[in-house]
Ligand binder design. Sequence first.
Ligand code: KG4
Ligand code: ZN
Length: 341
Amino acid sequence: MQEKPVYILAIESSCDDTGAAVLCNNKVLSNVIAGQEIHAKYGGVVPELASRAHQQNIVPVVAQAIKESGISKNQLDAIAFTQGPGLMGSLLVGVSFAKSLAMALNIPLLAINHMQAHVLAHFIEYENSKIPTFSFLCLTISGGHTQIVKLTDYFSFEILGQTIDDAVGEAFDKSAKILGLDYPGGPFVDKYAQFGNPLSFKFPYPKTKNPLDFSFSGLKTAVLYFIQKKVKENPDFITQNRDDICASIQHTIINILMTKLELAVTQTGIKQVAIAGGVSANSGIRKALQQAETDLGWQCFVPKFEYTTDNAAMIGIAGYYAYLQNNFAANDSVAKARMTL
Ligand code: KG4
Ligand code: ZN
């Protein structure tokens, strides 16, 4: 007899994107996301504005996700929500909504760690999806985090290295801001880097006590001083060299990430390597991993674009595995701005 499918509604509201998705087991039926343009003009996420926008978006986004899934809300088996880490005001909107709807539908709740969800996005099944087996390494690179983790099971994470200051997404975004590019600047740096020479300018490589840790604050400062000096000499320096500057910054960042990953592979002997988080959309890191498959014999896993930046489908897949383990959340569970793996 075929087992009854599990339908999960997932809600993500940890930062500046309001997301809702419906999954049937490990497949995504719908994945709706409402971004918040308002932050671009401030050059970064404004927490107060983010929580207000979540309040406006949450009901229409959830309604849309249920509509697009083709199922009725009465068929849902559970509701997964992002418990943390993230901005408290943003998290509160998703958590409160999830709890209320679960109570109304009389179904259980699944509290999900956003960082685990970024990694577990690799288990979403779709046409031609490539799914890792345990154990594997994952480089999680986003606007808030930079980590190399080892997964021995769905919820067994060991952090091998992490940033001691800025996240890699911040390094992209802050460098972009110095160059006068819009927020979030990562995708712009990536776009202009395609046309530039990555060896035009040299930036320093950080040293960390744990060789698998990361540090990006020095790079941001180096970019700032470099640009200030050059612009003093030539006020048009940025416009005349934009592509080369972007290519050089991206080249430095990708080299840092790949050096650490290679070290992690050597230390653990694990050659299955995944990437996750917003920065895994970067074309430079994607190319570097492809190269590592050929040159180093790694087996690499790169998520579909829509599952790299913040989305609710990843919360749904993490929810599905939590559901299978009967790992339900109490109805008095609360949002957590800080949460470890
Ligand atoms: O995972 P995410 O959507 O949100 C966080 O949890 O932080 O990641 C957002 C980050 C931003 O810093 C953004 O600039 C960066 O991902 N990002 C990129 C690219 N696309 C998004 N960075 C470099 N290249 C890209 N193509
Ligand atoms: Zn994220």
